[in-house]
Design a protein around this ligand. Structure first.
Ligand code: UDX
Length: 457
């Protein structure tokens, strides 16, 4: 099928390229002509496992084309996927200006019955507003063209987006029209046939339910993380071990282990933005969402507590201290620094005149740019280089290469081997037995074990 995609940000680009690899013919539009120029050459600034190979394959097979001319996309097909950004406004609400602008432009050019399928995360009720906007534009053109607006939220997570696209747990199709539902289901049909068992869950619901279901999913996960983070604080002052507590809790199949890793808070471009947007929409309707406020508050405090512990370790004076930071992106397998807690921690340290030596497998260049005003910030070429003469190692992102800790290298390179674990990645016993001092929220600070206190197995 021929499909037009609007916006080649993270979601739009992955959706375009994945659709182009399952037999559809794609025209992707973006207002950013430099981005479009690079994409035509097969160059993408998105780091995502498997993605570049798929982009190259779609370009080679000519199943994808890129344009900065919205009319070209509007006349290319009758199915218009809207994937533009809905960034957070200063008041916390989602900014829908790009979305309305693109919808107005496409409604100016469409000629035949069409579907608008909204993938961007939007406030509840946006599909109805989009339909109004299209009606206004068509009336101004003095034409009658029938159309439907569908909410089809995207659930893929960064770093595993391609995998999530090909193996969705569910596809939500929010529309008032059964015919529109069948068309969108048909667009996804090649994917559905790939599933084992073959039929994944395709859910038919109203556009408003679909819009709220997207917030509900993200914010339930954010709530789960804030819940374990709150427990981690309680564990720390009661002497319980948070990793054991979570193991005890998540082996209950009603709870489950996913999204229950404690640490210094969730980041990224989705959870924080979606929290603000739903809080804003609830309050605009005179409802105070206490639980969502608490999720936000716990998340903020978790980060501040971690920063406070670093400062306490240096008796509140980090000036000239050399702090090695492993991991800059907000999670592994992405180069995205948006909402990165690592960057927030680093900024606090830099402002307090610490010297930060950072390493990340893919987002080093982005970070160099982000912190270019700080002469006390240095990007290192390897995790070992980042350790040179360091007073402290802070691990902030669970990249696979950070899991294996070589105690001898830490001892050799650092002034003293001290590790602050922002993601509760390590087994404190194993590290302290090897002579490393260790801190994680929910565990507390553990000095290295003395050789004679190590019990024989
Ligand atoms: C999220 C949703 O998972 C995805 O379905 C939606 O489409 C977009 O938003 P994403 O932001 O890519 O995806 O990342 P996710 O893996 O959910 O992690 C978000 C943040 O939570 C990260 O900072 C991560 O480090 C943190 N996190 C995750 C935890 O602190 N603990 C966990 O157990 C899991």
């Amino acid at each position: 099928m021929r499909i037009s995609v609007y916006g080649v940000g993270y979601v739009g680009l992955i959706v375009s390229v994945c659709f182009a690899n399952i037999g559809h013919q794609i025209c992707s539009f973006d207002i950013d002509n430099e981005k479009i120029h690079n994409l035509r050459l097969g160059k993408s600034s998105t780091y995502e496992p498997f993605f570049n190979v798929m982009l190259a394959s779609a370009i080679e097979k000519k199943t994808i084309q890129f344009t900065d001319n919205v009319s070209e996309a509007a006349t290319f097909s009758n199915f218009h996927f809207i994937c533009v950004g809905t960034p957070m406004r200063i008041d916390g609400a989602a900014d829908l200006s790009s979305l309305f602008s693109v919808v107005e432009s496409l409604a100016t050019d469409v000629q035949k019955r069409f579907l608008v399928i909204i993938k961007s995360t939007v406030p509840v009720g946006t599909s109805d507003l989009v339909a109004e906007k299209i009606n206004e534009t068509l009336s101004a053109r003095n034409v009658t063209i029938s159309f439907d607006v569908v909410s089809c939220p995207e659930f893929m997570a960064q770093g595993e987006a391609v995998l999530n696209f090909f193996h969705p747990e569910r596809i939500i199709i929010g529309t008032k029209s059964k015919a529109a539902f069948e068309i969108v289901k048909e667009i996804y049909a090649p994917l559905l046939r790939l599933q084992k068992p073959p039929i994944s869950r395709v859910l038919f619901m109203s556009p408003s339910s679909a819009e709220l279901a997207k917030y509900a999913s993200n914010l339930f996960l954010a709530t789960k993380i804030s819940f374990v983070n709150e427990l981690s604080r309680i564990a720390e002052f009661t002497g319980a071990n948070i990793n054991e507590v979570i193991h005890g809790m998540t082996t209950d199949s009603r709870i489950g282990p996913a999204m229950s890793k404690p640490g210094c808070g969730f980041g990224g471009s989705c959870f924080p933005k979606d929290l603000n947007a739903l809080i804003h929409q609830a309050e605009a309707n005179n409802y105070i969402p206490n639980l969502l406020h608490a999720v936000q508050e716990v998340n903020k405090n978790q980060k501040l507590y971690f920063i406070k512990k670093i400062f306490e370790f240096f008796k509140d004076d980090v000036r000239q201290k050399i702090i090695s930071v492993w991991g800059l992106s907000f999670k592994p397998n992405t180069d995205d620094l948006r909402g990165s807690i690592s960057c927030e921690v680093i900024e606090e340290l830099l402002r307090a005149c610490a010297k930060v030596q950072a390493y990340d497998p893919v987002s080093g260049e982005n970070a160099r740019n982000k912190f270019k005003e700080f002469s006390n910030f240095k990007i290192c070429a390897s995790k070992e280089e980042a350790l040179n003469h360091a007073d402290l190692l802070v691990v902030m992102t669970e990249w696979p290469e950070f899991f294996a800790i070589d105690a001898e290298i830490l001892k050799k390179c650092m002034k003293k081997p001290v590790l602050f674990d922002g993601r509760n990645m390590y087994d404190p016993n194993i590290l302290t037995m090897q002579g490393i001092s260790y801190f994680a929220i929910g565990i507390g600070f553990i000095p290295p074990m003395r050789a004679n206190s190590v019990k024989a197995a």
